[in-house]
Design a protein around this ligand. Sequence first.
Ligand code: GUN
Ligand code: ZN
Length: 647
Amino acid sequence: MKFEIKDRAAAGRLCKFKTKHGTVTTPTLLPVINPNKMLISPKEMKKLFGTEIVITNAYIIHKDKNLRETALEKGVHQLIDYNGAIMTDSGTFQSYVYGDINIDPIEIVKFQRDIGSDIGTILDVFGTPKQTKRKAEQGVNETIKRAKESIKVKENMILACTVQGSIYPDLREKCARELSKIDADFYPIGGVVPLMENQNYLDLIKCIIASKKGLNHSKPVHLFGAGHPLIFPLAVALGCDFFDSSAYVKYAQDRRMIFPWGTEKLDNLNELPCSCPVCTKFDASELKKLDTKDVTYHLAKHNLYITFTEIKKIRNAIVNGNLWELVERRANSNPYLLEALNDLNKMENKVWLEQFEPISKNKALFYTGEHTIHRPIIHRIHKRLLDRYKSSYDNVVILPEGKKPYSVSYAKQIKEINEKRGNIDFVIQSHLGPVPIHLDEMYPFAQSVFPTKVDKATLEVTQKVFDEFIKKKNIFFWKEKKTYDEIHESSIRTIDYDLNRISAVADMQFGKNASKALFNGEIRIVKSKKTGKIRNIYCDEKHILSMRAGDGLFTLKMHGGNVLHKYFKYPKMRVIIQEDTVSFIKDGKSVFAKFVIDCDSNLRPFDECLIVDEKDNLIAVGRCLLNRVEMLAFNWGMAVKTREHAN
Ligand code: GUN
Ligand code: ZN
């Protein structure tokens, strides 16, 4: 079984998941197939929407003599005529809806195995949001017990072990932790349908976060019963990989249409605000006139088009690095979702999310409103500014927000002041918070787009960081704001800040005083002839660093790695690998998660790192794809892309 991260954004991931019936790209949606009544066949779904995996119900199949016998004889793939991946559910949901159902928890797992399900589900105990903690705990204990029994009979079927625990975060986390111990391969988060039905997205995200905290990070996570695309971006950003939907049929039967921002009743629509094949073929009045069977079929199709389009948008957003923007935009279209997003502003949630947040992305950060300032990347740079950045002087000139890059647009002012005073730092009071002039090309300071004026809540957050940042400094000059055009006219790079710039970036990126170690010798800086930007840095004629044009951050060369390795104490910046893989790494191969023994808990996705053996000999330098908890959890896929290795 293989689940591998290919790209990532927020705590979300783009993965490949291997099943016996093909590899599935996640995040994705499993349309629910009713074996008694297939409104749209799985085959048609594959053709129309690119569906790679569907879910059907083993309890329903088992209950019906004909279906049961056909499934046992020919397998579930033939039963629903689909040769892609099939997940089956166990009957838990039916027992929640209809009360006691007559089914044995182990028999139903064996049955799923025997009909050839790719992913079978345990008969977990559905924890409702309103139950007492005592009741919820009993359900969790029974669920864990059943999972332990089920794993013994699953054979080569992937077993989905559902996390329950009602709305009690400690129970969720405990359940997730216990289930992770039994080493199943798939983890749904269950018991959340009532929360979604009541649009209680606040409790929903609390359940997701608590479950994720206890789960093994190398396993796929499914949000059971989540079929409305409205919540997909936020759920993906929190680390959910799979969703399943019967909503597409249920809404269609109710003459309702799904849209990314919510649902609309067909009968309330004069026009169809959609250009899917259904909405292009019919106009609203034509659709309304169809008989019930036809309208249901066409609305179900529309609903799936919309749902899969949203999934594709999310996957693009992961690759482009603008998932948080999509989350914020969707939250702005629903007050309950907004309420949930607000909860992520809490420090404990920011701290949790920051661990998974990539160091940089190739797309600029776009402001969408007052939530933007609370993104984990901004929390991180604020923290690093306060912890890692070391200013050169006690005198600071504050410059107002202006055109980027600031060092170009403020070149004239800086030159003037420097000539008169010297020994002075320049800090821009930007919409993101304080930006020391030497960091003006670093992600996300340069790669961010804010309106000319930002909202009050953002100002409050940035002011606080700003005040902390300039504490104990002499603010001796505050330049009146010029218009952007005037500033632009003076756009000439006149001052040589290069050493200060590389020092500031090195400290922010690698840690406090990294610059002291790295630039201890004769420094030669090579710049791009075309852009004038710093490209390569040599110390005593050894190439130690390169600066990436895209995000203004360094890539670490072997010589630079040697210096940092000597300077920083174990385990800082290290990824420790097994002795027997050293020769592979020295051959230029990348580090696979399986061979990582441990690593620095401060390393973040896409951070530069030092690859060392168990005796802390430096083997290579590279770029992490995973953080520590992930490196330790994954037994498959790449952990670090090796860049240069020792001889
Ligand atoms: N479908 C929707 N919610 C659930 C759940 O909590 N458990 C299972 N097994 N299936 C579900
Ligand atoms: Zn449509």
